[in-house]
Design a protein around this ligand. Structure first.
Ligand code: AMP
Ligand code: MG
Length: 421
């Protein structure tokens, strides 16, 4: 029998971004549905100590090792005894014993009460605790007013979590509270997805690295710091692939390098079908290139393709369009590849602080911010106005269809926080 080599197929097919023939301007919804079906998990699994897991993605369901609380205990400082008591005044003799947190408890003789402090395991013979503020004592006896129900001021073993319960599910983005929960139920490490390595490359002859010296005709590369920081905010590993001019062979060399280092490549600029649109031209050579003309504003065509097994997202160069396309299209795709599944933000329906007559035929995203419970839009919809991105705290999403929006009408507001920013 021939030995089968340990080969596995490329995770994504070369033609995975192909759209049905005859599609022209595709609605955002259709584009998202195609993208969703094209992408799959690309990240392996590693075990991380709790303190390194925040903001990362859980790779498997995780079960509690111990119950919480592990033992019945008292929720307050007070006096413990057995059974509840009805209306009226009650006197109990005090046992010469004390239960404090962290100690193994001794049993309480019947008919007695004992001093007990918050967090102490309930001794045998104690199932009820009366608050110390509700008690008078002479050191020998206690007196208190009823009624008090059996079980008052105590916590049952396992009332929060039972050993074996699934506490966190696969794909979850781990929060600080999750780490508290995981530690509580006995876990010291978590099975996490390895970080998706996302390369970010800027293209365009006119670009100069932030802080550098410009010559006439040159502008600063805004997209790279912006996109790299978004990738980092999403718990992925941002790989700075630098900048290349409008030169096909430079770009090819950089793509080769990138494919060796990254799971995904994000480029900005040069993604349309013009003479200097080298990203799309290069991707065409692979046979995988798809120019998605999405009916969205801001945003122009999105170039999608594969380079040596790595999916490439060719974003428009315009920073506002690059930002919006990254949030709406790249983020759910990257999150899926990273193992978190297709994540879309929960919109808030809030009254508009503006009026607008929106034409039909494309979805629009307005830079917006909250203003006294209403949503205000940026003064200009000009997609060159990057200051509006910085001013905004989110986006207003307007439907593909036409719409007349009056002040006070409810609009879909997508806070940047909902995109993990
Ligand atoms: P392109 O998509 O290459 O046609 O670029 C569209 C517009 O975005 C042009 O005005 C570019 O100069 C500008 N642009 C492209 N890349 C960047 C970038 N990284 N930072 C700032 N502006 C850019
Ligand atoms: Mg360009």
């Amino acid at each position: 029998m021939r030995h089968r080599p340990a080969l596995s197929p490329p995770p994504m097919r070369n033609d995975c971004f192909a759209l049905p023939a005859g599609v022209d301007w595709i609605p955002v919804e259709t584009a998202l549905a195609h993208l969703k079906s094209a992408v799959s998990v690309q990240s392996g699994v590693e075990t991380l100590p709790l303190v390194r897991a925040r903001g990362r993605i859980l790779a498997q369901d995780v079960q509690a090792l111990t119950s919480h609380p592990p033992h019945a205990n008292t929720a307050v400082d007070g006096y413990g005894f057995a059974g509840g008591r009805g209306e009226g005044v009650h006197h109990l003799p005090l046992a010469n014993a004390r239960a404090a947190a962290g100690q193994a408890p001794k049993a309480l003789p019947q008919g007695h009460a004992m001093r007990i402090l918050t967090g102490a395991v309930l001794p045998q013979g104690v199932d009820t605790v009366v608050l110390q503020e509700d008690v008078t004592t002479d050191g020998q006896h206690i007196a208190f007013q009823g009624p008090i129900k059996r079980g008052s001021n105590t916590r049952r073993a396992g009332e929060d979590v039972i050993a074996g319960d699934v506490i966190l599910t696969e794909g979850r983005l781990i929060t600080p509270a999750d780490l508290g929960l995981a530690a509580t139920v006995g876990l010291g490490t978590l099975p996490m997805r390895k970080q998706l390595r996302v390369g970010v490359l800027s293209t365009g002859e006119e670009l100069v690295q932030a802080g550098g010296k410009t010559r006439p005709g040159q502008i600063y590369d805004a997209n790279r710091p912006m996109l790299l920081s978004m990738i980092e905010a999403w718990g992925m590993r941002a790989v700075d692939l630098g900048h290349v001019g409008d030169d096909r062979s430079d770009l090819r060399a950089r793509f080769n390098q990138a494919a060796a280092q990254c799971d995904v490549i994000i480029t900005s600029g040069g993604a349309s079908a013009g003479d200097e649109d080298h990203v799309s031209a290069l991707l065409c050579e692979t046979g995988s290139m798809q120019l998605w003309r999405i009916a969205v504003k801001p945003g122009r065509p999105l170039a999608l393709g594969m380079w040596q097994g790595a999916p490439v997202f060719g974003l428009p160069g315009n920073p506002v369009a690059a930002f919006v396309c990254t949030l709406i299209f790249a983020r759910p795709a990257l999150m899926t590849m990273a193992g978190a599944g297709w994540l879309e933000p929960e919109p808030l329906m809030l009254p508009a602080a503006f009026a607008k007559n929106k034409k039909p035929g494309r979805r629009e995203y307005l830079r917006a911010r909250l203003d006294g419970g209403r949503v205000q839009r940026f003064t200009s919809e000009g997609s060159g106005r990057i200051s509006g991105l910085s001013w905004a705290t989110g986006l207003v999403e307007l439907p593909h269809e036409g719409a007349i929006i009056n002040e006070g009408d409810l609009v879909r507001y997508l806070p940047f926080a909902g995109f993990g920013l």
